[in-house]
Design a protein around this ligand. Structure first.
Ligand code: ZN
Length: 231
């Protein structure tokens, strides 16, 4: 009886507060959460977690060495993934970020997942965190950690400089800009660990590169990268 009442209540609530799909904005129907069945079906998944070399790993060629690199989805302008990322970043979509992390974690069980000791989300600068209220990458990391049963550490890497968008800058300027923007607060906790570094979307890879360089200053650390999307 209780579940029937619960279902009726939920149906009633959704009539007053209809929920929309974060991907295509249609009304969600009973049983759907955050994203509709059609959008789930259309998610442009990559096969990165099965390939040692792929679109994501290529971004670090000649810059910094990583063990594995993988993105859950392929980003395209004005497409489904862009809508999802906007929802995650600007519309309180922490729950969606977590859900995508859980789904991707299930995929990663078929890939390189057993190699990782620790998941670290790329941190936001504290001012930005205050403004947004949450770190979207941390929720993705938590979803991955839950699915893979690997601990998540959101505190050890600290962002000391709030950087603006770096995509349009020249490589030399960019280098000056990214060096030293991350600080490792407790390096002894990372020693000899294989860290899965997690971010929402990778475009040029320069922010991730700076973070990887910071992490690799710690003795014996290996770094792999996972993102929600690759552009
Ligand atoms: Zn949809």
């Amino acid at each position: 009886v209780r579940s029937v009442v619960k279902e009726m209540l939920e149906g009633f609530i959704s009539m007053i507060f209809p929920e929309f799909c974060a991907g295509c904005s249609t009304d969600l129907v009973s049983g759907e959460k955050l994203i509709c069945t059609n959008c789930i079906y259309l998610l442009p998944r990559t096969t990165n977690h099965l390939e040692k070399e792929n679109l994501l790993t290529r971004k670090f060629w000649g810059k910094v060495q990583i063990e594995f690199g993988m993105a859950f989805l392929k980003y395209s302008k004005k497409g489904l993934v862009q809508h999802l990322l906007q929802h995650i970043k600007y519309k309180g979509g922490s729950e969606l970020s977590y859900l995508l992390g859980k789904w991707y974690g299930e995929d990663l069980k078929q890939g390189f997942a057993e190699e990782f000791d620790l998941i670290v989300p790329v941190p936001l600068h504290k001012n930005k965190l205050k403004l947004r209220g949450y770190n979207q990458s941390e929720y993705f990391a938590n979803g991955l950690g839950e699915a893979l049963q690997i601990p998540v550490d959101p505190d050890t890497v600290i962002r000391t400089v709030a950087t603006s968008t770096q995509t349009r800058k020249k490589r030399y300027d960019r280098w000056l800009n990214v060096e030293g923007i991350f600080f490792i607060a407790a390096p002894e906790q990372l020693k000899h660990k294989h860290i899965l570094l997690v971010d929402d979307v990778i475009t040029t890879g320069s922010t991730l590169e700076a973070c990887i360089i910071g992490l690799k200053n710690v003795e014996g650390v290996k770094v792999s990268v996972a993102t929600i999307a690759v552009a």
